[in-house]
Write a new protein. Structure first.
Length: 315
């Protein structure tokens, strides 16, 4: 089984249930408060661990975030390469959720996630073999350095450019990644397709057309995995026909927060075990379908035994 190094974010999510979103100058009581482990990087590591992968998480937290490492360690994630920074607070989000209707407002502080430096990157990558899978998102500092050094070391770099920012299109290492994992909005952003009021909505373009335009921005050997939410996913591989998978259904949709992270973790874990792309997509799709039937981020990610049970029931 290939080792997977996930160099990504770790966040503390503070969630407050409110009668309404607080306006400037207003003070309102909260009816409930919950503390969650979050960050796309940590969520994907949790999904990888649930799926049975040999996963190592690298990143940066403050002293206030040690419980995040404890949670990942309990799942089987090796957190040796996550650095505790005495001078930075752990990245965190203040999330207001309206009790009636679920509208939210989020204040995000990157904290130690944006203190990842090139010294930590080189030191960490030097301890992994060149056929390792290097998984990256876009929530930490020096992502371009990670992309470039990962490519140069011969890692199989899987990049999920979320959240998408305009800087992503300027990353020198973007074009040479092994696998680019994007939703429709991220794909259109990288491809340079105008969106918003003056441009197209993702629904205005066929997924195959989005992939075709995006492929002109990456190397010929790069694979592109386009996730489509409730419509499934499409994998584009060099010199092969598009591989499409329909979304699975495992029950009523309650919370989609961790669906994408769950899909990515399960897909890469299946590949690392040597599963076919078709099987990996099916497993990832079912894992995401089970995930959305529960609330929360990491708490909603299902175990592999539960996913397998749903897959067996589906046959």
């Amino acid at each position: 089984m290939q080792r997977i190094l996930n160099f990504g974010s770790l966040n503390i999510d503070h969630v407050y249930t409110m009668p309404q979103i607080v306006r400037p100058g207003q003070t309102l009581p909260s009816s409930s408060y919950q503390l969650f482990s979050g960050g796309k990087g940590a969520n994907q590591s949790a999904a990888l661990a649930h799926a049975g992968a040999d996963v190592h998480h690298a990143g940066r937290i403050g002293e206030d975030g040690r419980h995040l490492l404890e949670g990942l360690t309990r799942l089987g994630v090796d957190t040796t390469w996550t650095q505790v920074d005495a001078d930075e607070a752990t990245g965190h989000a203040i999330i207001q959720v309206e009790a009636d209707g679920g509208e939210n407002a989020i204040l995000l502080y990157p904290g130690a996630n944006h203190a990842v430096d090139t010294e930590q990157i080189t030191r960490t990558l030097s301890h992994f073999e060149d056929n390792c899978i290097l998984l990256l998102q876009n929530e930490i500092s020096n992502v371009d350095s990670l992309l470039t050094e990962g490519n140069e070391r011969g890692f199989q770099v899987a990049f999920n450019p979320a959240p998408f920012t305009p800087e992503v299109t300027r990353y020198k290492g973007l074009a040479d990644v092994s696998l680019l994992i994007v939703n429709e909005s991220e794909a259109m952003g990288i491809a340079g397709i105008a969106t918003g009021l003056s441009g197209l909505a993702p629904s205005d373009m066929a997924p195959a057309d989005i992939i075709g335009t995006l492929r002109r921005k990456v190397a010929d050997q790069t694979e592109v995995l386009l996730t489509l939410g409730a419509r499934g996913a499409i994998l584009s591989r060099p010199d092969q026909a598009l591989l499409e998978i329909c979304a699975h259904h495992a029950g009523p949709v309650v919370d989609t927060t961790a669906a994408g992270d769950t899909f990515i973790g399960y897909f890469l874990a299946a590949r690392a075990r040597g599963q076919s792309d078709q099987a990996a997509l099916h497993e990832a799709s079912m894992a995401a379908a089970v995930c959305v039937t529960k609330t929360g981020a990491q708490d909603s990610i299902p175990s592999r035994s539960i996913v397998d049970a749903h897959l067996n029931k589906d046959q």
